[in-house]
Design a protein around this ligand. Structure first.
Ligand SMILES: [Zn+2]
Length: 502
């Protein structure tokens, strides 16, 4: 029997339309921009989607044809030129493959390019145009996808991660290959139904309720005969498009009615729990005071409102300003995006003292630059390997980096925007976070995978920012209304909230 021939690749971006930083070709090239064999070499053994696809493909003796793969950090709109180039690369490499049996793509679901609001719908349509109706396409998605009819129409199956932190990227990649091969061999005929809800939620971890309970309901349904997948998509709320939405996607083996019943059941539960997604969070000063009143440590404080992993600038100073003013002992902060300061520290050298204007340079929302004197304690090239479950083994490069001491506070400064996933960047600069009373970082939830086991307590603080928890602080103009929590006391329009396709 001849081997099944599967093309793999993808384009991944989560777009925060409130950000003024554009996703250019350079931004993608700085992060991931790979062709052909490079894809296999860079992802084999890594705990990401492509790592899972490659491992399962090789295990099942599939002939994997790597095409094109690119991803950029979350930020503002993808420029028109960047999208044209990304798409041209993906399509031309797929066109070169002969006798293809199927396509396995890694997408996000929350991407937007200048003039293209449904990036993944557009990519899937273009790929479909190239390969025709008969070649199955299966794609993985992030749970922060804003699902659309086009995406569901053009793909044969869409598999989203269930966990936030997204510790199951690798497993979803593996599952995508298994599902694709089952379709190729005629063992299953997936049909999908997605049910959307007129509501949006702030960043919500699956470690706790209500997401934990909703996931359990999805998994219970997955135990039923004929159910291939049931996933709760949180949507990506830090973006202002009409189609921004929460949804539940159910995939069954040919049973459209069952898929609809399940999606409706889960969305009913989410709607009932809508108020539980909104907890009152302390501001930076209040959060620090709470942390200092605790015995022992480390107390991890995450500045949820400035998460570069959701398109925020990563140079916000609201939390760091308070830490410096309070001159907290045994405190560290990681990290501040500030290439100018990193360069100044490298030029001055280890052991020198520098006067700097730290952070607050991208916009005015995230706080002003801090005029401070700092001692240069350590310098690095910003290169490390992730230990977080989500991206285990992935090589990172945050550019010229430095550990500065400002009063008692240790601050890591880097040259490429990035959220804090694990403690590797601290270790690189000689910091053992378990020795500290307070470990402050910029992330909404992905940090939990590595920091929950070592933290005595986690305190989330919110302040003005592009990834703020309090969504009422964002100036939404285009999102379809009514939408909870911007609007309250309206009736959920059952009849307009669903979509039956395929
Ligand atoms: Zn996500």
């Amino acid at each position: 029997m001849t081997k099944h021939k599967i093309a793999i690749g993808g384009i991944k971006h989560e777009t925060n339309t409130f950000s003024n930083v554009k996703a250019t070709v350079d931004m993608f090239k700085q992060n991931e921009w790979e062709s052909g064999q490079e894809i296999i070499n860079n992802h084999r053994g890594v705990g990401d989607y492509l790592g899972g696809i490659i491992s399962k493909g090789e295990e099942m003796n599939v002939e994997l044809i790597p095409t094109f793969w690119a991803s950029a950090n979350p930020m503002g709109l993808i420029t028109r030129e960047a999208y044209q180039e990304l798409l041209a690369n993906l399509l031309s490499s797929i066109k070169q493959v002969r006798d293809l049996d199927g396509i396995c793509l890694v997408l996000h679901g929350g991407g937007i390019a200048d003039g293209v609001e449904d990036l993944e719908g557009s990519i899937l349509s273009e790929v479909r145009e190239v390969v025709g109706k008969k070649i199955p396409i299966v794609a993985t998605l992030d749970l922060h996808a804003n699902l659309t009819e086009t995406m569901i129409n053009e793909a044969d199956a869409l598999l989203g991660v269930n966990f936030y932190p997204h510790t199951d990227c690798y497993e979803r990649g593996q599952e995508a290959v298994e599902t694709l091969i089952d379709i190729v061999e005629g063992k299953i005929k997936p049909v999908m139904h997605f049910e959307k809800l007129p509501m949006m939620i702030p960043s919500s971890t699956s470690d706790h309720s209500p997401v934990k309970d909703i996931n359990e309901r999805c998994w219970k349904w997955e135990e039923q005969q004929g159910v291939i997948d049931c996933t709760f998509f949180h949507g990506f709320s830090h973006t202002d498009i009409p189609d921004m939405r929460l949804s539940v996607l159910t995939t069954t083996d040919g049973d459209q009615e069952l898929a609809a019943t399940i999606s409706r059941d889960v969305t009913d539960e989410i709607w009932d729990l809508r108020e539980d997604f909104y907890l009152p969070l302390p501001g930076p000063r209040e959060g620090l005071e709470q942390a200092l009143s605790e015995q022992g440590g480390p107390i991890v404080i995450n500045e949820t409102s400035d998460n570069p992993g959701a398109g925020a600038p990563g140079d916000g100073t609201h939390l760091l300003k308070e830490m410096i003013e309070m001159n907290i002992e045994h405190a560290c902060f990681g990290f501040m995006y500030d290439p100018e300061t990193a360069k100044a520290a490298h030029e001055a050298g280890i052991g020198s003292r520098i006067s700097i204007s730290l952070g607050g340079k991208t916009d005015s929302l995230h706080g002003s630059p801090l005029a401070v004197h700092a001692y240069v304690k350590a310098l690095s090239d910003g290169k490390f390997v992730h230990s977080t479950e989500m991206y285990k083994g992935k090589k990172m490069n945050l550019g010229k980096s430095a550990r500065l001491q400002i009063g008692h506070v240790d601050v890591i400064v880097c040259s490429i925007r990035a959220q804090t996933f694990d403690e590797q960047m601290f270790i690189l600069h000689g910091i053992d976070v378990t020795d500290y009373k307070i470990v402050a970082l910029k992330s909404e939830n992905h940090f939990r995978s590595s920091f929950t086991p070592l933290a005595k307590k986690i305190i989330t603080v919110d302040s003005p920012g592009l990834s703020c928890y309090n969504l009422q602080n964002l100036n939404y103009k285009r999102v379809n209304r009514p939408v909870y929590p911007l609007d309250k006391g309206f009736n959920r329009r059952e009849d307009k909230g669903s979509s039956e396709l395929q």
